[in-house]
Design a protein. Structure first.
Length: 581
């Protein structure tokens, strides 16, 4: 079985604090203020911070692209351009052949960028092309590498004028592109793209991760993410800054922090009873995959209510589950028997599915202790009722419900366009949770979750206080590595999964994984966040084993889910987990 350590890192963050700071995402607007505050606390100038950032960028670029000697560095009219000028000076001193294309714009350069530009000019060994009116012939040489230092995290909206033309031209060059802090044209807050944007092969970002690097269109433009917290690692882990976090980022690297080990005294009753409702005529595979995923996640007992014609197929493929025809009597009995409910996979939108969903809704309203997962056709039925207008009982907020829409389903539930959902995924998932109650999970590259119900610390704490502590980290920060801390934010972003999972059946598997955790009596918030991470990581493992993302099947995740829900073996020394080094 492929270990987690074989997965390519989504974010490269060396140093003692790298693994922990990778979970921290702050608003870009807040970070601009904190950069000034950090410099003041450390008693250094912003020009010194710029030099630190430029050295970090240079070392990251050199480590990944060392054979490439001819660099073109695109510098804009802000401090991002100042980073570029400083990188150019450092690279030239290291023996690289550097050319700078400078777009200063109509406003004067900021003081730090002005100083960086003057230092580069003083060197006298780097050609600098000043560009005011763009021409494709502005630079005629050929280059091995393009460094994008045009626009930084403060830019919103589409690049215009000479910047837009420069970005379009840079994207045509037959050379790898590396973005500094963020690809020019990408919104640092939302990950949206409204015009030309640098398509980077790698991005080097500083101080802290920004939301827009991790979701929305980011995957198309960011490439491999390198992160340097500069010397500010411990400062950003202090409570004053942690209280200002916007969201948590979770990746496969953090599974060992948040997966609780199972009690050695556990029995199937303790591990929960899951009922899955769905599988209309022709859609029996959906409930089958959800049931198998629930088993692989560790649910104690699973009962499927579906069309009678699916029973033989379900039992022959998965004899561990119980299968019954979906009737009113069986549904009532199953709901009373279960620990939690999953409804929607293959449910259909006909009378059969609508009646079943109405009964599930009524039962969950009367039993707030019974959590449920609604996906697929359960969401489509909710949205269809919205389109009809008038009273819509399915729109009643439920605090004990998890909904898991993709952007199309989210748009229908919010009565807006997919483009509006994708323009700000954080705002969209918040609206979903506040409108429908409970937890909302918005699928897509960089899945985003939000809870409208607040977070009870008691349901997040697992056995033990600290599941993992990096060597070299101040013990004062060890509590930040617990599930309690990592899931204490209302926003969580799951940075796992791949484009091969954009085919039929993967949503059904996700439903089963989340419901399997709910069955084991984890909270709705824990089950949604950890279930999403397990699902995405299993997909990445499956793609790695297969040798690529194209042609991935939902059922291929099933053998990898148990790897993700079981803590990796400890080293004999009792230290780190092997699979997370």
């Amino acid at each position: 079985m492929l270990p987690l350590s074989r997965l390519p890192a989504r974010c490269v963050a060396p140093g003692d604090y790298g693994k922990l700071l990778q979970t921290c995402v702050w608003r870009a607007s807040w970070l601009r203020e904190m950069e000034v505050e950090a410099a003041r606390e450390w008693d250094v100038s912003l020009h010194t911070v710029m030099n630190w950032a430029a050295h970090a960028a240079f070392f990251a670029i050199r480590s990944e692209y060392s054979p490439l000697r001819r660099w073109l560095i695109l510098c804009g009219g802000g401090n991002n351009g100042g980073d570029g000028y400083t990188i150019a000076r450092i690279a030239a001193d290291a023996g690289f052949l550097v050319t700078v294309l400078s777009i200063k714009g109509t406003k004067p350069l900021p003081p730090e960028a002005t100083a960086a530009y003057a230092e580069l000019v003083k060197k006298g060994n780097v050609p600098i092309y000043e560009v005011e009116n763009w021409s494709d012939a502005a630079v005629s040489e050929s280059f091995d590498l393009v460094v994008d230092a045009l626009l930084g995290i403060g830019i919103t909206g589409a690049p215009r004028g000479v910047y837009a033309r420069c970005i379009d031209w840079a994207n045509t060059l037959n050379a790898p592109r590396v973005a500094i802090d963020i690809p020019s044209g990408l919104n640092a807050e939302t990950g949206s793209v409204e015009g030309p944007c640098i398509r980077a092969e790698s991005t080097v970002t500083f101080i802290a991760l920004k939301p827009g690097l991790l979701t929305g269109r980011a995957r198309d433009y960011v490439g491999r993410l390198h992160y340097s917290y500069l010397p500010f690692g411990s400062w950003f882990l202090e409570s004053e800054r942690q209280e200002q976090l916007f969201c948590r980022r979770l990746s496969s690297l953090h599974l060992d922090w948040i997966m609780h080990p199972r009690s050695p005294c556990a029995h199937k009753g303790m591990n929960g009873k899951l009922i899955i409702i769905g599988g209309d005529i022709g859609f029996g595979g959906a409930v089958m995959m959800a049931a198998e995923a629930g088993l692989c996640t560790g649910a104690g007992l699973i009962r499927v209510l579906s069309r009678a014609q699916h029973a033989m197929t379900l039992l022959s493929r998965c004899p561990e589950v119980m299968v019954e025809e979906l009737t009113e009597a069986n549904l009532q009995k199953g709901l009373e028997w279960s620990t939690c409910v999953a409804v929607g996979p293959g449910l259909g939108q006909g009378e059969w599915g609508c009646e079943a969903l109405a009964k599930v809704l009524a039962y969950c309203q009367q039993h707030p202790e019974k959590p449920s997962v609604w996906d697929a056709d359960a969401l489509n039925i909710m949205a269809a009722q919205l389109q009809k207008g008038g009273e819509n009982p399915f729109a009643t907020p439920l605090a004990n419900r998890i909904i898991t829409p993709h952007p199309g389903e989210a748009a229908r539930l919010l009565q807006c366009t997919i483009d509006e959902v994708e323009k700000d995924r954080f705002q969209a998932v918040k609206r979903l949770a506040e409108t429908y109650g409970g937890v909302a999970l918005l699928k897509g590259p960089g899945t985003v979750l939000y809870t409208a119900e607040g977070i009870d610390p008691a349901v997040l704490k697992g056995p033990g206080t600290v599941l993992y502590t990096d060597e070299g980290i101040d013990p004062a920060f060890a509590p930040l590595t617990t599930a309690h801390s990592l899931l204490s934010m209302r926003y969580v972003l799951v940075d796992a999964g791949n484009s091969g999972m954009a085919t039929g059946g993967f949503g059904d598997v996700l439903t089963g994984v989340i419901a399997g955790l709910l069955a084991q009596k984890f909270s709705e918030w824990y089950a949604a966040c950890v279930g999403c991470l397990v699902h995405g990581t299993a997909g990445d493992l499956a793609a790695e084993v297969q040798g690529g993302e194209r042609g991935l099947r939902a059922t291929s995740l099933l053998k990898h889910i148990p790897v993700c829900v079981n803590l990796p073996p400890k080293c004999e020394s009792g230290g780190k987990n092997r699979d997370c080094e």
